[in-house]
Design a protein around this ligand. Structure first.
Ligand SMILES: C[S@@+](CC[C@H](N)C(=O)[O-])C[C@H]1O[C@@H](n2cnc3c(N)ncnc32)[C@H](O)[C@@H]1O
Length: 222
């Protein structure tokens, strides 16, 4: 309810950008110096995912660090983000004509509702920006092929437990206890599993480190 109101106010078509160009550039630079996280590729390899010609949607892709890797592996990539600052950076990464890439500078919900027959939806540190989690899983399910994959990586509250403000504690309480989402509190993992299951997904692989984050590979089975 509150998120639906916020969603009407903070709109991409009204030029809203949650990220300044300065922050986006700093984020990009900080990741250029880091190694890629191999766990995503390992998870997908263990599921025998075929990158060649696969249709992949990278949700909240930011500077496109992983988008570009998927494109290098021969996939058809749809970069999605609401931030024009990140769009400016990501566009430069895809200069090579060898990549097959499309851009969606829209909200998660708007982009997902237009997709179908995807092979993989990849969401690294971005799933919680969806305005409604149930809607997110329903949209994901509808836009994937049968046997398509949804890979979600997100941080957990354990990471920040000592530094939450009073308002953040209230957000977490309302969200985890009553599934009432205000803004973008980090998810409760039992809730993710339940919503995914209700939308026709099964868990294929899960890496859970309570101190840092959770990474789950789902497969759409119905
Ligand atoms: C922490 S960054 C993660 C970026 C990228 N996935 C990565 O792993 O480097 C979160 C991203 O979500 C995007 N974002 C925030 N709200 C969004 C929304 N409502 N719809 C789509 N993307 C959104 C931000 O612009 C940002 O690029």
């Amino acid at each position: 309810m509150i998120n639906s109101v916020l969603y009407k106010i903070f709109r991409r078509d009204k030029n809203w950008d949650p990220v300044s160009l300065k922050y986006a550039e700093e984020y990009h630079q900080s990741h250029l110096n880091k190694e890629l996280d191999s766990k995503y590729f390992k998870m997908l390899e263990s599921a025998k995912f075929n990158y060649l010609n696969a249709k992949i949607l990278d949700i909240g892709a930011g500077p496109g660090i992983y988008s570009v890797e998927f494109a290098k592996l021969g996939s058809i990539l749809l970069w999605q983000d609401v931030s024009k600052s990140f769009y400016t950076i990501a566009k430069k990464k895809f200069k090579s004509k060898d990549y097959r890439v499309f851009f969606s500078l829209e909200h998660i919900e708007v982009c997902m509702k237009k997709q179908k027959d995807l092979d993989l939806i990849f969401s690294r540190l971005s799933f919680y920006y969806a305005k409604n989690d149930k809607e997110f899983f329903d949209d994901a399910s509808k836009s994937l092929k049968i046997n398509g994959y949804l890979l979600i990586d997100c941080n957990t509250y354990e990471r920040f437990e000592n530094s939450l403000s009073l308002f953040e504690k209230l957000q977490v309480f309302l969200y985890h206890k009553f599934q009432f989402k205000i803004g973008h509190p980090l998810p409760n993992h039992d809730m993710i599993d339940k919503l995914a299951k209700e939308s026709g997904f099964i868990v294929i692989n899960k890496e859970f480190n309570t101190k840092t984050n959770i990474c789950i590979l789902f497969q759409k089975i119905k």
